[in-house]
Design a binder for this molecule. Structure first.
Ligand SMILES: O=P(O)(O)OC[C@H]1O[C@](O)(COP(=O)(O)O)[C@@H](O)[C@@H]1O
Length: 339
């Protein structure tokens, strides 16, 4: 019987980030420590999502709603608390914006650091009780040179983020992250409690065969949006139609799109003028990752990462994915806005 080869030179997320940091002589290690804090939060959420039924953590958190009007689930509240407590106590954070907190959290003096973290502690919460993949989404800004850490340090274009990532909780916990030079994916090895590099240098295919959108809203779509998705479903010249895949958890739908290619969308429509997804802690981090992987992210007419948010829970329409697929979408929107 062949002996199982035990890998002893494992590349953990922490080691990989340290390697990256070493390339930047001026690095203080603050980001590595901040990422360790985010890792802790993801490991905590991964465990509780996995045991939710056993620990009676499914269901609503007693009827409370967040500023977006979503009824908060027990796991929404618990996930939010672990991230807020861990980020505050890290001493590296000045400002936090969470989907679950109406106001931005300004960290008190003495614990204040030089980074701002915007995050959705548990995305896709409508799927939790059915055990379908959910996730955590996060983005990190550096506080402006001349600032002590105010809301102005987060109401800025997504392109100014220094780090973006998500952690998907499913058959395994997958943490996908970019420090601004490419995208890497890590899988949580529960036996040693470490995120191990399993998807180095993720590159999204330039064109895919899958589209991902809630077609239940199709009756409210603007003509450009309808024309685009019809072009995938009823392609001219006998070409194969695209396949439809929609989980209803942004993290899971974007993760599949990053690996397989194609396009994910939550368009603006006659019912929701700015779509549904939140700009700061859903659209920006995902757009940052997709661009770093060679794809594109647009509202239909504007590069998502160039938008300047006016308030912390602002929403924005988003189409993201393979470069050529999003280019087709932009051409159809341009044609409609020209007519
Ligand atoms: O059910 P819909 O309208 O298609 O919306 C699904 C979208 O809403 C979300 O669930 C919103 O996220 P939250 O669960 O964090 O509020 C996304 O994950 C998903 O892409």
């Amino acid at each position: 019987m062949s002996e199982e080869k035990v890998t002893t030179d494992i590349i953990t997320l922490t080691r990989h980030v340290l390697d990256e940091q070493r390339k930047h002589k001026e690095a203080s290690g603050d980001l590595t420590l901040l990422l360790n804090t985010i890792q802790l939060g993801c490991k905590f959420v991964a465990t509780n999502v996995r045991k939710a039924r056993l620990l009676n953590l499914v269901g609503l958190a007693g009827g409370a709603t967040n500023i977006s009007g979503d009824e908060q689930k027990k796991l929404d509240v618990i996930s939010n608390e672990i991230f807020v407590n861990a980020l505050r106590s890290s001493g590296k954070v000045a400002v936090m914006v969470s989907e679950e907190d109406d106001e931005a959290i300004i960290v008190e003096e003495g614990l204040k650091g030089k980074y701002c973290v915007v995050f959705d502690p548990l995305d896709g919460s409508s799927n939790i009780d059915a055990g379908v993949n959910v996730g955590t989404i996060f983005g990190i800004y550096r506080v402006h040179e001349d600032s002590t850490g105010t809301i102005k340090d987060v109401l800025r274009p997504g392109r100014e983020m220094v780090i973006a990532g998500y952690c998907m909780y499913g058959s395994s916990a997958n943490l996908v992250i970019s420090l601004g030079n490419g995208v890497n994916g890590y899988t949580l090895d529960n036996s040693i409690g470490e995120f191990i590099l399993t998807h180095p240098n993720i590159k999204i295919p330039s064109r895919g065969k899958i589209y991902s959108v809630n077609e239940g809203n199709a009756s409210f779509w603007y003509p450009a949006c309808t024309e685009y998705f019809n072009s995938l479903k009823f392609p001219p010249g006998g070409k194969n139609p695209y396949s439809a895949r929609y989980i209803g958890s942004m993290v899971a739908d974007v993760h599949r799109t990053l690996l397989y290619g194609g396009i994910f969308a939550y368009p603006a429509d006659k019912k929701s003028k700015n779509g549904k997804l939140r700009l700061l802690y859903e659209c920006f981090p995902m757009a940052f990752l997709v661009e770093q992987a060679g794809g594109q992210a647009t509202t239909g007419t504007t590069r998502v990462l160039d938008i300047v948010p006016t308030e912390i829970h602002a929403r924005a329409p988003i189409f993201l994915g393979s470069k050529d697929d999003v280019e087709d979408l932009k051409n159809i929107y341009a044609k409609h806005s020209a007519s």
